[in-house]
Design a protein around this ligand. Structure first.
Ligand SMILES: [Zn+2]
Length: 362
């Protein structure tokens, strides 16, 4: 495939495939300018596409393709560079000595002075650490839904839209008892579990019931590559159900990026179902799973704190595990509500608020 060297007037250069350059012509014939959508179909060009001429002047690079003329400004090229690097924001991995990023509910308001900046700081902290705490959230039922809905749609599940976590003899999981909850991610029983969760404490009068979070990406990064590979390729069944709902899926515990770093973790001792013991690779899976479980369960990996009424914890559901210690139900009430959403919606809101140009001016 032909490659072209583009040189702009200020000396910026880029070597790009000819097909890429034709595919990304920003003109109003090739793109729907108002929405930034592509109209041009690359299949209408030959694989061995080559330009008739390439000319640089102070306004940009002009390419004559024979049947079409394209003009590429430096701003166009820089906006593409910014956009294509958006997903590369490096997560800040943390251990038990972590300081949980904390914000006040009243300051996260775009309409008050400084509110937009504080909101950007909140979304930055959440997206880079995978967890943040907001205090002073009104102690009303449904407030977790109202809070999250400002930036992201709620992901409703068959068990409900807003979930009550309290002692409930009719409850569908161990969270509805006073037992300890080991660190876990929620709804691993979906191929794509909810990637965001907001937990809002309404009442916490009990003895015990302290909260903890674990950076699953950091902990799992202590595994060696062969352990990561088996955990990323060996499917495991998970199930969560009640009298009227059924969720079940079979999926590996990890999804890895091409560089071996972790993109998605699912982990729930409670909800993992027995694996067919005849499955090829089950011994290697259990060796790696035992190692990962040992690391995740170690108290020294867990950042512990107590959620006060009005505290709301946002959690990256594919990264950060959460749990709580056992409590004595006879000592008072404990009531938490939570909702699910998609992490990407908050990540993209951060991008929008940070005023990074989303698209090249044309
Ligand atoms: Zn064009």
């Amino acid at each position: 495939m032909d490659r072209l060297q583009l040189i702009w007037a200020d000396g910026t250069t880029a070597v790009v495939p000819a097909l890429w350059l034709r595919d990304n012509c920003p003109c109003s014939h090739c793109k729907v300018v108002a929405t930034s959508e592509r109209r041009k179909l690359i299949a209408t060009e030959p694989l061995e596409l080559a330009p008739v001429s390439v000319v640089t002047d102070t306004s940009g690079v002009t390419v004559d393709w024979g049947n079409h003329v394209s003009h590429y400004t430096l701003d166009w090229y820089r906006a593409i560079q910014l956009d294509t690097r958006r997903h590369l924001a490096t997560p800040s991995l943390w251990g038990p000595d972590f300081t949980l990023p904390r914000f006040r509910y009243s300051e996260l308001d775009e309409s008050v002075p400084g509110g937009r900046q504080r909101l950007i700081e909140f979304l930055s902290a959440f997206t880079s650490h995978g967890v943040a705490c907001v205090s002073g959230v009104p102690i009303y039922q449904g407030e977790s839904e109202r809070f999250v809905s400002r930036w992201a749609p709620i992901r409703e599940l068959p068990f409900g839209r807003v979930h009550d976590v309290l002692v409930d003899p009719m409850g569908y999981n161990i969270a509805h008892t006073a037992e300890a909850l080991p660190p876990h991610t929620d709804f691993p029983s979906y191929k794509w579990p909810p990637s965001g969760q907001a937990l809002h404490m309404l009442i916490n009068e009990v003895v015990g019931g302290d909260s903890f979070v674990v950076d699953g990406w950091r902990v799992a990064s202590e595994l060696d590559r062969s352990e990561l590979d088996i955990l990323a390729s060996f499917p495991v069944p998970f199930r969560q159900f009640d009298h009227g709902a059924e969720t079940w899926t079979m999926a590996p515990l990890l999804r890895l990026r091409p560089d071996g770093s972790i993109e998605q973790l699912r982990f729930s001792n409670q909800l993992m179902q027995p694996i067919d013991p005849a499955t090829t690779g089950i011994d290697r899976f259990y060796e790696a799973y035992h190692h990962l479980s040992t690391l995740l369960l170690a108290p020294e990996q867990q950042h512990r704190f107590r959620m006060q009424p009005g505290d709301l914890l946002v959690v990256h559901g594919h990264r950060v595990l959460h749990g709580r210690t056992a409590y004595e139900a006879s000592t008072g009430h404990r009531h938490l509500q939570d909702v699910y959403f998609e992490f990407e919606d908050l990540f993209n809101q951060l991008h929008r608020l940070s005023s990074i140009p989303a698209r090249a001016p044309v």
